[in-house]
Design a binder for this molecule. Structure first.
Ligand code: PEP
Ligand code: MG
Length: 598
């Protein structure tokens, strides 16, 4: 039966494929595809875990005190029985052999299937046995996590997917940590859906960088959709259609072809310089998460990297952070891959919805930090770990010997944070000088993403060479909306007059001071904001490579002088979005559009 699930559109286009459900588990579960020759190895891991858990349960049975209730032993017997039941282990093996899932993923996928069957049982007693199967699976997952295999090593070997199936796949999950999302980055999924998350949550940002249709905050999706269901993801409307009728499927296949044609048309703009109708040059830069993203940035026509989110190098390291040399190699790889174009490397921004260890949003919110978005994140974390911070700064400075590097500091708000940052930077430079290590004097920029920083911009302009406006956080902190929380996503409003006022003032003051200013939040990659940001005087936009062509098209069709005439009325409006649409819809520039159509 066809059903629809509604969420928030994150990444444009239409994806059609069979659902792959990534179950949420209380145990840290890595999801990755294995190469065909690893299948026996994964099955062996499953067998070893089963034997270990069987021993564990037998031992528990032996240790049950004499006065314990008899149900306890009976329960352990049920667990043993479940452990050896073919519907658990046999079917799990099938996920490994047929779908090439790693053992943990296969096990949690099968748990999902069984849990639904239990949920549908009429008999209360049987329905409650779901908890037993969950406990058994949890024991198996824990046993596997004790095995000596390094999951990360396995992931890095199998980043390129080995799945040999014919049918397209889409990913459906309750919640995916940003670091997990990264593992899927080079996979075959054609689209993805999560139950939780806001449009600018980091999971959504990584998904957007994958350039596949995506919907987040779809609340019930992972409960309503089953493994292997046919699913349409409409990334423009934020709708997921499950088990569509042939007619609906045909309609979406048509839209899919149309959007592919549109992409191909826009891709032809790659070598066209981003210059407005009145001759203003605009720099279109790329946001990247890993050095491996640099080729996509070049391919999209980016003139540099405006934001390298280095925290992704720090995630899921099982407590062991990357050392100086490893970081240096990663930064150098990005710098060299950009072939002489500037690379803006942001120091680590962990915390909030980017924890160091793989953790779901609900774990983060409820078990770890009371309010992670307001907690020890970004520069606050770096300043609390000065030797780690110095190490990162040294690694970035060393990479500057291989190309044009700019250093960017996230989430500054206080004068004393600025002072401490520069002290630590000076010390890092001194250490490199003392050791005779090559580096250059990089430009240093501040992210303006806390209202306190935006309101105190002259202080920042005195200390920094450039500023970069992080609109994702600036909106979150101005409106007091957790950007990762789908429950308040409807209040996350980039068009809010207070937000626009802060951005407009920051751009104006930076330009007056002769300092470089760019926007690197998601607003920069949304063509709907292009006229507004141009009118504010912005000439440097940093976004996911996939968004560059559409923004460039909008720039080619714009006349900044004409746009600027209306800026005051948009900023003064109670409804800047409506006013902007009224004044700056592409229809008004129709003649110019025709002249510049690729
Ligand atoms: C921002 O806050 O706008 C930004 C670019 O940083 P991040 O999304 O990584 O927090
Ligand atoms: Mg930010």
């Amino acid at each position: 039966m066809t059903l629809q699930v509604f969420g928030l559109p994150v990444s444009r286009g239409v994806a059609i494929g069979r659902a792959v459900l990534v179950a949420s588990s209380r145990v840290d579960v890595a999801h990755y595809f294995i190469a065909p020759d690893q299948i026996p190895h994964e099955i062996e891991r499953l067998r070893q875990a089963r034997d270990a858990v069987a021993d564990e349960i037998e031992r528990l049975k032996r240790e049950v005190p004499d006065d314990a209730p008899p149900e306890l032993v009976a329960l352990l017997d049920v667990h043993l029985m479940l452990l050896h039941d073919e519907t658990l282990t046999g079917a799990t093996k099938q996920w490994i052999t047929e779908r090439h899932y790693n053992a943990e993923w296969a096990l949690s996928a099968q748990l999902e299937v069984l849990a639904r069957q239990f949920d549908e049982m009429e008999d209360d007693y049987l329905r409650e046995r779901k908890a037993d199967i969950e406990q058994v699976v949890e024991r198996l997952l824990r046993a596997m996590s004790r095995q000596s295999v390094s999951t990360l090593a396995a992931v890095s070997q199998t980043r390129e997917r080995d799945w040999g199936g014919e049918e397209p796949l889409v990913l459906i999950a309750g919640d995916i940590a940003p670091a997990d999302m990264l593992q899927f980055k080079r996979s075959v999924f054609q689209g993805f859906v999560t139950d939780v998350g806001g449009r600018t949550s980091h999971t959504a940002i990584v998904a957007r960088s994958m350039d596949i249709p995506a919907v987040v905050g779809a609340r019930e999706a992972s409960r309503l959709i089953r493994q292997d269901d046919w699913v349409i993801i409409d990334g423009d409307a934020g709708v997921v259609i499950v088990d569509p009728s042939p007619m609906v499927l045909e309609e979406y296949r048509f839209r899919q072809r149309q959007s592919q044609l549109e992409r191909e048309r826009l891709a032809r703009l790659r070598h066209t310089p981003a210059v407005t109708l009145d001759g203003e040059q605009v720099a279109l830069l790329a946001n990247i998460e890993l050095p491996q993203d640099a080729p996509a940035a070049l391919a999209a026509g980016a003139v540099g990297v405006g934001l390298f989110r280095t925290e992704f190098l720090f995630m899921n390291r099982q407590g062991e952070l990357p050392g100086e040399d490893e970081q240096y190699e990663a930064y150098r790889a990005a710098v060299e891959a950009m072939q002489g174009l500037p690379v803006t490397i942001r120091t680590v921004d962990v915390g909030a919805d980017k924890p160091l260890e793989r953790m779901s949003m609900s774990e983060l919110r409820h078990e770890h930090t009371l309010n992670p978005a307001l907690g020890l994140r970004a520069i606050r974390w770096s300043l609390s770990e000065p030797s780690m911070f110095r190490m990162q700064l040294r690694a970035i400075l060393r990479a500057s010997a291989h190309g044009k590097v700019r250093l960017l500091i996230p989430m500054l708000a206080h004068a004393n944070e600025i002072r401490q940052t520069f002290e630590i930077l000076a010390r890092a430079k001194q250490q490199l000088r003392d050791a005779g290590v090559a580096h250059t004097d990089v430009e240093v920029g501040a992210m303006i993403e806390v209202p306190a920083a935006a309101l105190q911009l002259p202080l920042f302009l005195r200390h920094f060479d450039f500023i970069s406006i992080g609109t994702n956080d600036l909106i979150q902190y101005t409106l007091a909306i957790d950007r990762a929380d789908e429950a308040v996503a409807h209040l996350y409003d980039p068009w809010h007059p207070a937000v626009l006022r802060l951005i407009a003032d920051a751009i104006r003051l930076a330009r007056q001071a002769g300092k470089d200013v760019s926007v690197c939040g998601e607003m920069a990659g949304e063509p709907a904001f292009t006229p507004l940001l141009l009118a504010m005087g912005l000439r440097s936009f940093s976004m996911h490579p996939s968004q560059i062509p559409a923004v460039k098209q909008r720039i080619l069709r714009s006349d900044t002088q004409k746009l600027a005439l209306h800026l005051a009325s948009v900023l003064a409006s109670d409804d800047p979005h409506a006013e902007s649409k009224r004044l700056w819809t592409p229809g008004r520039e129709a003649a110019a559009e025709r002249a510049f159509s690729p």
